[in-house]
Design a protein around this ligand. Sequence first.
Ligand SMILES: [Zn+2]
Length: 305
Amino acid sequence: MKKIFFIFAIIGIVVAIWAAMTIRYKTTNSANELQIAATIFPLSDIAQNIAGDRARVINILPAGASPHTFDVTPSVIRKLQGTKELFIIGHGLDEWAAAIAAALPGLKIYRVDSGITLQPFGMGQHLTSDDEADLEESGFDPHYWLSVANAKIIASNIASELIRLDPQNAAIYQKHLSDYLSQLTALQTEVRALLSDISNDKLIVFHDSWGYFADEFGLTILGVFELRPGVEPSPQYLQKLYNLVLANQIKVVFSEPQFSADVLQSFISDLGLRVAVLDPLGGVAGRESYIDLIRYNAQTISQIY
Ligand SMILES: [Zn+2]
C-alpha cells in the first residue's frame, strides 16, 4: 500500500513539474512574440511586409474611416496592450496617437518621416492670400506615404526599428526589406507606364492629399474642394474652383471613399462633371496592400484620362 502511494506521489510531482514548465514556456513564448502597430493601413501594410512572420502588426484606423476625424476609444487601447512600438505619420494626420501614448506610457511612438523631404500643402498658388494664410497654419502636407519613393524610405525606417527591437532576426528583416524595395521599384515603373500617355495631367481632388503622388508621377493638382478636412468650402472659394474647372476644361473630379461627396453634388451637376474615386488609405477589397492601393489610384487616373 505504502509503495503504491509513493508511486502516485512521484507521478503527481512529475506531472506538476511538467505542467509548471509548460505554462512558463507558453508565457515566455507569447511575451516574446513581437507586437507593433501603425496608425493607418498603408503604414501597417508596409510594416507587415518588413516584419513577415516575425512580428504581429496591429492597424488602428479602421477601413473607411478618415484619420482626420478619428477618435481613440478604450477598445483601441485594449487592443494595443503589449505593443512595443507604434508607427505614426505625424504632422497633424494622426494626432490622436498622443491619446494612445498617454494611455500606454511604455509604448514607443515612432514617426516614420526620417529622411523624407516634407512639402508644404500644394494649393497655395491658386488661392488668395487669405486662403494661403489659412493653409500655412497647418504646416507640412502629411500625406507623404503616397509617393512610392517615400514608401521606400518608410520601409527602411521601419526595418531599422524592427532590427533595434529584435536584433536576433536582423538578417531576416534585411531580406524582407530588400525584397520589398524591389517590389516598390517595380511599382514605380508600372505607375509611370500607366500615366505616361494620359491626355490631361491636371486633377481636381477632394482634399489635398495627392501632392506627393502628383510630384512623383508628373501630375498637377489643380484644385481641391476641402482646404481643411471636414470643413466645407465657402461659396467664394467654390466660385474660384468653378472658374479653374472651366479655364482648364476639366471633365472629372476625384472624390475619396473616406469623405461624403454630397458637398460636391451641385458643383458637379452645374459643370456636368463626372466623379471618380481616388483612395489615399485602402485596406478594402481591391486595395488590400499598399502596392495595390497605389496601383488602383494610377489605374483610376489612367482610365479616366
Ligand atoms: Zn488626408
